[in-house]
Design a protein around this ligand. Structure first.
Ligand code: NAP
Length: 294
């Protein structure tokens, strides 16, 4: 069993970007600028945003944050996004999800200029991804693809089972793995809450991507020998022994599953770090595209 180490791979991606940004500064150019919109005080969202900002700073990106109260109006969010769309000094926009119930998430996402949609959630970018046209790929699936490439894992002809069909993880992951690309060409089965015989399906998988948000859901009896297991899950579970009062758990029963696998991602230290690295790569790409157009 080998660990697919998100620390090592994300650091390699960030080192490359740090060098590229240092070069921009040497040429007296401005660095890429990512701006984030955060609504409310959800603990997990606060942590994700803080981490994204920290990684921007470490890599030399400029970052900014627009914070709003939980009861912000849809109109105010829309006005803010329109202003950011028109701001030539901003390359990437990120709206931290989930938004409060009274806000129509899709309406907000649809308003983002697709050229600045570094999360890849806008219908234009989602459509391009499906068609295999170069675009911003949602950061978590993109990060997983970068990880497969870093470790040069053979995917062609393998049976991949993706558990979860969300628009931000499961669905794009299943599409990327099925495409005719270097780390695609899998035969993909997408599973969800209505799937019958999930255990039997997982037992046929050469690659399993667990993205359902249920701690320790994937157990050793569901995994065949030498499978590759990618754990996307991030759930906070109460843990009195931690200063924060909670521990982060993945969707995989790591302790018992890991010995059966050929490769596995840990949580934390796996996909989460790759997600941020992929977001930075998308933002750098947005910067290049933006610079070419001005
Ligand atoms: P989501 O929108 O809640 O989607 C969960 C998916 O799992 C749904 O498609 C659901 O099926 C399916 N599912 C739920 N219970 C199931 C079961 N018992 N058997 C089979 N499928 C089941 O979640 P998400 O946004 O995709 O996120 C999934 C997990 O990844 C969460 O823990 C989240 O925190 C984590 N995450 C991590 C990162 C990272 O950077 N590592 C990034 C994003 C998300 P239905 O469609 O039928 O409801």
């Amino acid at each position: 069993m080998q660990i697919l180490d998100g620390k090592i791979v994300s650091q390699a991606v960030k080192n490359d970007l740090t060098e590229k940004i240092a070069q921009l500064l040497r040429e007296n150019k401005r660095p890429p600028h990512l701006t984030a919109i955060l609504v409310g005080t959800n603990g997990a969202s606060e942590t994700y945003i803080a981490s994204k900002i920290k990684n921007c700073e470490e890599t030399g990106f400029k970052s900014s944050l627009h914070r709003f109260e939980e009861n912000v109006t849809e109109e105010l969010l829309m006005t803010t996004i329109k202003k950011i769309n028109e701001d030539d000094e901003i390359d990437g926009i990120l709206v931290q999800l989930p938004l409060p119930k009274h806000i129509d998430e899709q309406k907000i996402i649809n308003l983002i200029n697709p050229a600045k949609d570094v999360d890849g959630f806008h219908p234009v970018n989602a459509g391009k991804m499906v068609l295999g046209i170069p675009t911003y790929i949602p950061a978590t699936p993109y990060g997983i693809m970068l990880m497969l490439a870093h470790y040069k894992l053979e995917t062609s002809g393998k049976h991949a089972v993706v558990i979860g069909r969300s628009n931000i993880v499961g669905r794009p992951m299943s599409i990327l793995l099925s495409q005719d690309t270097a780390y695609g060409n899998c035969t993909v089965t997408v599973c969800h809450s209505r799937t019958k015989n999930l255990k039997e399906i997982c037992l046929q998988a050469d690659i399993i991507v667990a993205a359902l948000g249920k701690p320790c859901f994937l157990t050793a009896d569901m995994v065949k020998e030498n499978a590759v297991v990618i754990d996307v899950g991030i759930t906070r579970v109460p843990d009195a022994s931690k200063k924060s009062g909670f521990a982060i758990k993945g969707d995989v029963d790591f302790e018992n599953v890991a010995p059966k696998t050929s490769y596995i991602t840990p949580v934390p230290g796996g996909v989460g770090l790759m997600t941020i690295a992929a977001l930075l790569k998308n933002t750098y790409q947005a910067y290049l595209q933006h610079s070419n157009n001005h």
